[in-house]
Structures are given as C-alpha cells and as structure tokens.
Design a protein around this ligand. Structure first.
Ligand code: 4AD
Ligand code: MG
Length: 500
C-alpha cells in the first residue's frame, strides 16, 4: 500500500493509502471521530468510525492527544466541503507516539510565550504558511538571477571588514586578530563581479542591532547582486525586475498560504507591473514635507478615530449582552472579542503613531536620513514599491560613488515597499577611483590595512559597477503581510532572543 502525502491525496481518490503525520485536532461523538491530521504537506480530515476499525485502532484514536505521531490507513473520498476536496475514511489507525499535553493550544497565546516555544510554534498553520512562502521567495530569487546569467557566490561569514558602519558589528577574537560576523557580502561580491561580470550572494548577515524594532533582526539573510559595467539606472532595473518576479511567483504559487495568512492579494497585484516610481531623495523630502502629506495623514487620523469609537461601541454592546447570552452565543461573543481586540490594538497603535508621524514629517530637514516612520509616510502615497535615489553622501556608506552633477549626493538607492513595510533594498553605484576610496575609508575611521585587498579592485581593471542588497525577511514580511520580522524566519535572532 502506497504512503501518500496529504498534498497529493486528490490524485488518490478511490484508493486506500497510508498517511504518516501528527494529530492537529480532534473532535467527535460517541462512535465517530473526526481527526485533523497534518503531515507537513497539508492537513486533511480523517473520519474514524468505531464500527469500521479494530478495537486497537479505536483505542489509538482515544489515546491520540494533540500533536501525537499517528499513522492512518484509509480510503480517499471526494468531499468538496473539505480543504483539498477530499477526506479519508480510516480502516486502520496506529499511534506512533503519544504527545504530552501540548503547550500551544488553539486558544490565544502571547507572542513571547510563542517565541519561547518557537520550535513547536512552527507547526501551526500560520507559521507553516509563512515558511512555505519564504521557500518560494528564495526559489524565485535564484530563478531570476540564474535565468539572467548571474553566478551565485558565497561570501565569507567571518571577515576583517566593517562594511556598513562600525556601530552594529559583532566582534570576535579570530586567533588574536579582531574579526567580525559579516554585515554584508558586498565587498567580496565586488571582487567576484570582476571575475564573473554578474554575481549574487545569498547568505546570512549579522548586525548588533541594540534596539527592538519590528524591522530589525540581528541575523538576517541578504541577497546581494553585484554587476560590472552597470550604473545606477541599470541597478534600478535589476532591482525592480527582481521584485516583480518575486511578487509574480508568490501570487502564482502561494494562493493557499496567502489565504491562511488572510493576506489580501489585491494589495500585492499592483507590484506585478512596472515601472515603479523613481524619486530622488530631494523629491522624496518635498513629498514628505508637503501639505498633501499632512492632509493625507489627518484624513487617516480622522478615519481611525471614527473606527475606534465604532469598535468600542461594538465591544460595549457585546459586554452588555454577555450576561443573558446562551452558551453558543457566549462562545461567538468571546471569539468576536478576540477579533475586536486585535483590531483595536492596531487602531490604537495608529492613533499613537499618526500625530508623531505628522510632526516628524513637518519638521524633516533636507540632509537627514529617513527614519522608518518617514519611509512609511512617503510610501503611503504609492501602491507599489518606490525607488529613492541620490541620497546625501553623509548618510551613506564609504563605498558609494558621488553624483557627478552634485558632489553632496551619493549614487545610492533604497527600494521602499508599500503598506508601511519600508526599506527592503539598499544599494547603489560603487566608487571606482582609488584615491577617493582611500580618503573615504580614512574619513569613516576604517583601517586602510583591512581594505587593501578591496582597493586592489581599483588598481587592477577598475570599471563602473553597481549592486544592491535585498533583505529576505523584510521581503517575506511584505509578501505575507506580517506585522513583525520575527515570524519571517524559522528561528529569529533579536536582542534578548537567542533561544530556541
Ligand atoms: O541597506 P543595507 O545596510 O545595505 C547593505 O548592506 C549593502 N552593502 C547592500 C549592497 O549594496 N550589496 O542593507 C540591505 C538590506 C536592507 O534594505 C534591508 O532589507 C536588510 O538588508 N536589512 C535588514 N533586515 C533585517 N534586519 C536588519 N537588521 C537589517 N539591516 C538591513
Ligand atoms: Mg539601507
């Protein structure tokens, strides 16, 4: 008898198969049990009738607790009401292992509770869906570059170079020499681009981010293409093409996952089409500080205020009805309250943030770097990612080429995702001049000795080149509509979180 995976059960209608998985949930009446069984590929309903199975099998069903390992033999039957369009009528059930009382129950748990049990939380539907979208995003990225003649390369994780400033370095002792966990594979990518023309890294990168935000991990995955004979405009083309390709792949292959995540695909669709708006930093500042922005934020503030009173009223009405409500109605009120409270928390967060954002937008001055909330505000004007380019050189890294038309500016670019997700890509055109780079290295307080190998790239065949870094978790968060980066990676690393 064939062992089948749940995802392919529709191909086995009418056949008897064996499933190997875990008990996700169980309900039942006296002689009939409905098991929700998951095997990693999906979830299926298994119906067990006491009359149709052996006493041992029926006992196994009684003993099966949530998350017990379980093996089912049964016939696959069509049932349009079920997800996947099938259910299984069991003829045999064996318990592989009985699970102890499972800590993650179907009720609501706090995020820290769940994060402490991340190794188990990964099994829940929502986390399952996110991990699968992440897998698709990864494959889409490889597909995009491989189709276009790029060579994938692995940059070192242990390095002697600070790439993105010295304030977020994880330092370690490398046989009595200072070393760092890499912040970015870019510099080594530039070396490989001079060997292969077009390359990309795909690896873990590390930053000692000392504050808790929803956009920062201390360990995250970055994809860094680097291309010889590419300027800033060509760099933007590659970045836009990549994001459009990722969006297409997710929409095409992750319908089930997006549905589980309650991710509105309509919000992603605009990002399938280009061109994404390109704004110079100065244009972005003008937009941020405009009356139009204040009007937009004020309208949002008014809408949220109204929404909050409506939610409060709904909550009060439920509260009042609760005392007299029957059991079933009480349960409905309870679950409605969870939904209302979730929504209220979001609305209240917006109500706290919006006045701050309005003030910060109003008082923003040319020359400063955009903060996360400034990015959020700017992108509220658009439905697709936007590309902001030509930042003041002082807010960017040492390796950026200067704008020949305005020496105050660096030929850098950031791609900002819509819906408040903010920066998902940072990159730009690289400085090619040896002496300029030497000066910049000194100006940024970096030791020239550690960069001598990098300067060789300007000594031997220096050519125009450009590249960027895409943050994988930020991209996955945007695709999935997540509130916080910590759910976008199986085992997140944040300040205060090293386990599990
Ligand atoms: O803008 P960043 O710092 O750029 C670089 O590292 C360049 N060397 C890349 C290059 O040109 N090759 O980082 C690039 C991206 C950000 O846009 C963001 O998506 C992500 O990496 N990122 C983080 N993601 C999660 N947690 C953090 N702490 C991150 N810091 C950056
Ligand atoms: Mg950046």
């Amino acid at each position: 008898m064939a062992t089948a995976r749940i995802a392919s059960l529709a191909d086995h209608v009418g056949q008897t198969v064996t499933l190997q998985g875990w008990l996700y949930n169980q309900r039942g009446s006296k002689a009939l049990a409905f098991l929700e069984v998951r095997d990693g590929s999906g979830i299926v309903q298994v119906v067990v009738s006491e009359e149709e199975v052996s006493p041992e099998a029926w006992q196994a069903v009684q003993d099966a607790t949530q998350e017990s390992g379980i093996e089912i033999t049964g016939e696959v039957v069509e049932d349009a009401r079920q997800t996947g369009g099938v259910e299984v009528r069991a003829s045999g059930v064996t318990l592989v292992s009985q699970a102890e009382p499972y800590p993650i129950t179907p009720k609501e748990h706090g995020v820290e509770f769940l994060m402490d049990r991340r190794h188990l939380w990964l099994r829940s539907k929502r986390q399952w869906a996110i991990a699968r979208v992440r897998n698709r995003v990864i494959m889409a990225i490889h597909g995009y570059f491989q189709e276009d003649g790029f060579i994938q390369m692995d940059a070192p994780i242990l390095t002697g170079n600070a790439v993105e400033g010295t304030s977020t370095l994880f330092e370690l002792d490398y046989f009595e020499e200072p070393a760092y966990l890499t912040q970015s594979g870019q510099l080594h990518g530039e070396a490989m681009a001079m060997a292969h023309g077009k390359v990309y890294t795909f690896g873990p990168t590390f930053r000692a981010e000392k504050s808790k935000t929803r956009r920062h991990l201390t360990e995250f995955w970055m994809i860094e293409p680097e291309m010889a004979f590419h300027d800033l405009a060509m760099n933007m083309e590659v970045a836009e093409g990549l994001l459009r390709h990722i969006t297409q792949e997710v929409i095409d292959t992750c319908a089930e996952e997006l549905e589980i995540l309650e991710r509105d695909v309509k919000a992603l669709r605009p990002s399938l089409d280009g061109p994404y708006p390109r704004l110079s930093y100065s244009e972005a500042v003008d937009l941020l500080t405009s009356d139009e922005t204040q009007t937009m934020l004020q309208a949002e503030l008014d809408a949220r205020t109204e929404e909050k009173s409506a939610l409060d009223a709904e909550r009060d009405a439920d509260q009042a009805a609760y005392g007299q409500a029957k059991k079933g109605e009480k349960r409905r009120i309870d679950s409605r309250r969870i939904e209302i409270d979730k929504r209220l928390a979001q609305v209240e967060e917006d109500l706290r943030n919006l006045p701050k954002w309005m003030e910060s937008a109003r008082s923003f001055e040319w020359g400063a770097d955009f903060g996360g909330s400034d990015e959020t505000v700017i992108t509220k004007h658009f439905r697709t990612p936007i590309i902001v380019h030509r930042y003041p050189a002082v807010v960017k890294a040492f390796y950026m080429k200067r704008d020949p038309e305005d020496n105050r500016l660096a030929l850098g670019m950031d791609v900002l995702a819509p819906e408040g997700y903010g920066e998902i890509i940072g990159g730009g055109e690289r400085a090619t001049d040896l002496q300029f780079l030497r000066d910049q290295i000194a100006l940024h307080g970096l030791p020239e000795s550690a960069f001598d190998w990098y300067l060789d790239l300007r000594r031997y065949g220096s050519v125009p080149h450009a590249g960027f870094g895409l943050g994988l978790e930020r991209t996955v968060s945007w695709m999935c509509g997540l509130h916080h980066l910590r759910e976008a990676i199986p085992f997140p690393r944040l300040i205060g979180r090293l386990h599990p």
